[in-house]
Write a protein that binds this ligand. Structure first.
Ligand code: ZN
Length: 88
């Protein structure tokens, strides 16, 4: 199963459902469309597609994550919180 499907399945989403940026939901309390599923801790080379490692993010948050403007361990905490809150 590819990682996008895995993410959708975890939250009970269909492919046409809107997906929200987890960072904006937890940190800013707003719904921003997500455009990427980011590999939070492990991504390069061997992809870890465990749900703990998969985070939906907006374009800007994704850029910041890859430019190291956002710390991956902070993102992981935000992701864990998002899974607990589960706005879907
Ligand atoms: Zn990424």
């Amino acid at each position: 199963m590819n990682y996008k499907l895995k993410y959708y399945n975890h939250f009970g989403l269909q492919e046409c459902d809107p997906v929200f940026c987890e960072y904006n939901y937890i940190v800013n309390g707003i719904y921003v469309p997500a455009v990427n599923i980011h590999h939070v801790l492990f991504g390069k080379g061997k992809k870890d597609n465990n749900i703990i490692n998969l985070m939906a993010v907006s374009y800007q948050v994704h850029q910041d994550a890859h430019n190291e403007k956002l710390n991956r361990y902070d993102l992981k905490e935000i992701h864990l919180q998002f899974m607990k809150c589960n706005p879907y």
